[in-house]
Every structure is written in structure tokens, then in C-alpha cells.
Design a protein around this ligand. Sequence first.
Ligand SMILES: C[S@@+](CC[C@H](N)C(=O)[O-])C[C@H]1O[C@@H](n2cnc3c(N)ncnc32)[C@H](O)[C@@H]1O
Length: 468
Amino acid sequence: MYTGKIISKGKQYIIGWVKNENHKFPVRIQVISKNKNRVILDFLAQRQLKRDPGGKIGKYGFRVSVDRLIETGVKGEVLIQTADERFQFKPINLPSKISHKRQMNLNKRQINMPNIFLIGGQYSSGKTTFARELAKINKGVHLLSLDTLFKNDAFPSGVHQRILGYVNSPMFNKQDFVRLFFNEYLHTIPFNEVNTVIIEGWVLSHEFIRKKLTQVLMLYGNPVFMQLVDHKLRFRKQLFTKSHEENAKAFYEFYKKIRLEDLTKRTTYQFYSDLGQKTFNSNTAEKIKKAKMPTLKGKTILDIGCNAGYMSNTFARDKAKAVHGIDVRRISVSIASQYNNVFYQSPNVKFYHIDVYDFKPEEKIDIIYASSVFHYFREKQDYFFEHAHNIMSKNGLMVIEIELYEEKTDSPYTYKYKRGVDDSPCHFPNQKMLEKMIKGKFEVKSKELSVSQKGSKLNRYFFHLLKK
Ligand SMILES: C[S@@+](CC[C@H](N)C(=O)[O-])C[C@H]1O[C@@H](n2cnc3c(N)ncnc32)[C@H](O)[C@@H]1O
């Protein structure tokens, strides 16, 4: 015997509880869609009610996201029941649209981690000239001179010696200086817009100030500190003794080397062969060739599941008008942006930490690229094509790599299996199922074998799908 109740049928969630006869175990619940005629969700109701600590009463709560149901293509009536079919709740009618709360502000999801160079040095050490030279060899730079922070502090800017005297006097309050920086200047730095932020000022030689600024700037990018002494540059244990122009170039080469070592340690799936990284089993560089991308010039491109950004960064250098790299893993997009900021500095690529289903750009997408990601969409594969269709421009092209199930080919079928790397089974359609999903929205323009990868037992194909 079961008892149960739907407590709330809100726009966002269906919330309820269920109790089983022996009070002991959480209950398996299924959501069945009438229009799809199949089970859409299968889960355990296992939240213990607040009023039932320890689960003595045996009521187990559950919450189903309405948006998640709509995204899987479910319309109209859904039925919630126990998996053994012995108890059913009253059927529920879904709203026809996703609640507007799910509309995300894309700007807030953009992640960019610029290089941040903190340049310290005494008056006349050459730090300002060096900072300008370093700015010249970077593409998108925001340059900030901390000396200007003293402008309103009784000294006209540029009167270095007097400022120096002030800072070394008991009148100077270093905590207050840090606060001034945070209150007045931090928010003026366009961290998401630039590749490099250069902050110079001899006040950075103050250990307290440098440390505090570094701690906070680490949240926005990768700060490194360097010091000018008598027109020589000191960075980590290196001394650069040539002209400022040559020092800036030599410094940047050295900087690239240490950043590459760091990024290589943190990159696990893709690899940048052009930067000399060794291949992982994902065959990244080979895969992008197999994709046979069309001319990208002037096009807006979306790279879904961009990971460490290899494809996005390559598209950006291939003269795309705009590239959006998106991934549900925040660390991936952060790393992807760092590769661009350190090595390529393309102005036309942006990375977003966002699920593809929440990605609704203002400007339509001309080309969608999606490799090694479709199987993760699971129940939402069907809806993916609808969503993609909505955000694409007329005559848009989707270049999608799919692991096809080829054993059963006579009728639409999705093979579900859990590979070593997965938490739950991924979905691998056969070609008939793919054709069914894209019907009326896309047509197959080409299909070609992609790379083979360790860990996947099915063949991967690149499909070019033309938007109808
Ligand atoms: C196996 S990697 C493939 C990376 C890259 N596309 C490639 O082929 O080299 C899959 C990536 O897709 C991301 N991903 C999975 N589901 C996603 C979703 N719904 N929206 C955006 N990214 C997703 C994962 O976080 C992961 O970085």
C-alpha cells in the first residue's frame, strides 16, 4: 500500500511526497508522458521531510523540474506513478512554455581569465616604459597606472618623488590604499573584454599592497608580479638586462613557457598540438580536420561542449566573425579562455559557462559545431534539434559528431550504455532515430567517418546538417 500527495504544481516544480507500506525504503518514481508515450524520468523519492527526521514516518519527498520535462519535448499531460505501477498521482497538465526565470543573462555567464601583469619598481626604474613595451606586444590590453590613484590625494599626478616621500611617511595608510583600489578601480577594469591587464606603480613594491591586490586579482585572472630595478627586469629568478623592447619580448616568451607548463597539467581531454602538447586519446587536431568545416569568414559560430577551447580558438583564428565556446564545466571555459589570452589573443572568441539548453543568444548562430557531446544530452537529444533550430540563422549549418549505433538499423532505436567515464548511461541513436529527430528541422548534407577514440566502442561520424 502506498499513500502520497502532490503538494505543489508550480510553474517551476512539481513537488510531492510518497509513503510506502513498510516505511523503510525510498520509493522509485516514474514520470510518464502521454504525448511521448514513454517514461521520461525515473528517480528515487528520497528527500526526508523536515518533520520526519530519521525517516520514521516514512514519507519521502520529490521535486521534478517542469522546465526539464518541457525540454525533453514533453507536452500536455504527464502521469507520475511508482515504478511498480501500484500507485498513481492525478495526471498533471504541463504549461506550454519554459518559465521565463530560466532565461539566463549571457553576460553574467561569460568567463574570461586575462593575464594580469603587476609591475613594481622605484621612481625612475623604467617600469612605465617597460609597461608600455609589454602593452605593445599584447593585443587587447587594459593599462592602469597606480600612480594616478594619488591624483586626488594632495599631489598632482606625476610628482613621483613627493608621492614617494608620502608613501614612506607615517601619514600613509596602506590598508586604506588597498580599499581605495578596490572601491574605485577594481570595477573599472574590463576583465571580460581584454586579454591582458597591466597594472604598474611603484606602490606595488610594498609587500602588503602587492599581496592584497594579488589575492583579489586571482579571482579575475592570472596575476604575476615583476620588478624593475635600474631599467632591468626581474621576474622569478630571471634578470632581463637588454632594452625595454627586447626585455618585454623575452619576458613574454618566458611567460608563455611557464603558462604552457601550468595549462598542460590542467588539460585532460583535448590537446594543443600547435603548442607542442602531446596527444591524448581524443585526437583533437585530427578530429577538427575530419569535421571539414566550411569557410568561417564572417560567420557566427557556436562550439557546444568546447572543453579546453581548442576548436573555438582554431575557429577564431580562421577569421570567424564571432565564436562562442560554451561548456557546462566552469573550469573548462576558464582554461579555454586562458589558452586564448596567453597564446593567440583573438578578439573574436568568448567563452561561457552555460548549458546549451540555456544558451539563447541575441544574434543568430550561422554554424553550430558539436563533437563528442551529443550522447550526453540523453533524454534531451530530441529537443536539442528543436533548440538548435531556434537559435540558428536561415541556411544555418550544424556540424555534429555522433557515435552511431549500427547493429540495429531497421527502425529508430537508441542504444543506452554507460562507459567507464560516465555516471549514468549515455544515449547513442541509430541513423533512423537521428533522421526521426531532425525531421522537418534539418536535412543531412553529408556523413563521414570521424576519428576513433579509446573508450568508445561505436563508430563516430561527422554529419553536416542543413537547417530547413
Ligand atoms: C568529451 S568532451 C568533448 C570536447 C570537445 N567538443 C571535443 O570534441 O574535443 C564533452 C564536453 O561537453 C561538455 N558538455 C556536456 N554536456 C553539455 C551541455 N549540456 N552543454 C554544454 N556543454 C556540455 C562537457 O563538460 C565536456 O567538456
